[in-house]
Design a protein around this ligand. Structure first.
Ligand SMILES: NC(=O)c1ccc[n+]([C@@H]2O[C@H](COP(=O)([O-])OP(=O)(O)OC[C@H]3O[C@@H](n4cnc5c(N)ncnc54)[C@H](O)[C@@H]3O)[C@@H](O)[C@H]2O)c1
Length: 320
């Protein structure tokens, strides 16, 4: 099976490496940036400069890993040429475009998987399993906090025209997906404060949001990019009617049930490889890959509702 990878930046190169580890797969990368192509070629891979060049080789599937404003159009073009799609989050900068991708896939009978790679961390999969087995009872409350220090970001993330949003759309959408995945529940209500506090940029670096789930469970999601050194981390807690669990992402999973605390150190993980293996297995089996395009649409809708809620509540502020 031939897989094309469009965009060989920070995400694309990880997809490129992951697919090259799979048996019976040939990988072709594409990026207009020559230094990005040279990096992939230095690893022994093959590349072309454009999406058209990539599609002319008729890949069976294409991974789309470009800045947000270009994701949906590239996915549609690749699908129209017959490819299944592994699409980077957030799929698009508008809900309409993300839905267009899912609908076109249905019509063309192509699969769309959305790259919520953090689901492929063993600690996250184990946490979901604990919840499914009832170890913590019915989940009623979730907290999810992600903080990053003053590390470099791709510059387009701070440009609304190319990114559509800031840290919540680039990183925080993984938190939203984790909340939906762990609870196995859809979100009903979204309230949020979305601010640009630590950077002199166009898009947000800080979000505090409250999610109401259909089951009546409540989630609190916070996302912050520090302007200076900040202790980075991603911590998720789920409280249920019989116990609770905590993921210190990449470090440990702990849970307490019937008075007994258990802690597992995080195993080494390769989440991009996990996603690549699922995508290829689903295509070979003729089944829908997971996370699905619908999962992507649901998460994007929640983030866009955070932006809308924050803007509306600010507009409603009474004049002093
Ligand atoms: N799933 C994850 O964990 C994860 C992690 C990082 C980024 N991402 C996502 O991956 C996508 C890319 O982000 P990134 O951090 O890799 O950005 P990046 O800037 O590092 O890389 C983007 C690449 O796309 C190329 N590019 C730009 N415009 C293009 C176009 N029109 N056609 C083809 N190529 C083009 C650039 O030359 C660059 O090499 C975004 O959707 C982002 O949210 C996902």
């Amino acid at each position: 099976m031939q897989i094309g990878i469009l965009g060989l930046g920070s995400a694309g190169i990880r997809h490129f490496r992951a697919f090259r580890k799979l048996p019976d797969i040939s990988v072709l990368g594409a990026d207009p940036d020559e230094t990005r192509r040279q990096r992939a070629e230095a690893e022994g891979g093959k590349t072309v400069a454009t999406l058209e060049g990539l599609l002319s080789r008729r890949p069976e599937a294409v991974v789309v890993a470009v800045p947000h404003a270009y994701l949906a159009d590239a996915a549609l073009q690749a699908m129209d040429s017959g490819a299944h799609i592994l699409l980077e989050k957030p799929m698009a900068t508008s809900l309409e475009d993300a839905i267009r991708v899912v609908n076109r896939a249905r019509v063309l009978k192509r699969w769309v998987m959305v790259s919520f790679v953090h689901r492929f961390r063993p600690d996250v999969a184990a946490a979901r399993e604990l919840i499914v087995r009832g170890n913590i009872g019915t989940p009623v409350f979730l907290t999810d906090a992600m903080v990053s220090g003053a590390s470099e970001m791709p510059p387009w993330v701070w440009d609304r025209a190319r990114a559509g949003g800031g840290m919540m759309l680039y990183n925080g959408i993984h938190q939203v997906d984790r909340a939906r995945f762990l609870l196995g529940e859809e979100v009903d209500t979204v309230r949020a404060e979305v601010r640009t506090l630590t950077h002199d940029v166009d898009t947000e670096d800080t979000v505090a949001a409250v999610l109401g789930f259909r089951s009546r469970a409540v989630g609190v999601v916070t996302q912050h990019k520090g302007s200076a050194d900040a202790l980075p981390g991603w911590e998720t807690q789920v409280f249920g009617t019989k116990g609770s669990l905590r993921i210190r992402t990449g470090q440990e999973l702990s849970w307490v049930s019937s008075g007994k605390v258990t802690t597992l150190a995080a195993a080494p993980e390769d989440r991009f490889f996990g996603a690549a293996a699922e995508f290829v297995a689903a295509i070979r089996d003729g089944r829908a890959p997971s996370p699905s395009g619908e999962d992507g649409v649901a998460a994007l809708e929640i983030v866009l509702r955070m932006y809308a809620d924050s803007a509306t509540s600010r507009a409603k502020k009474p004049n002093p």
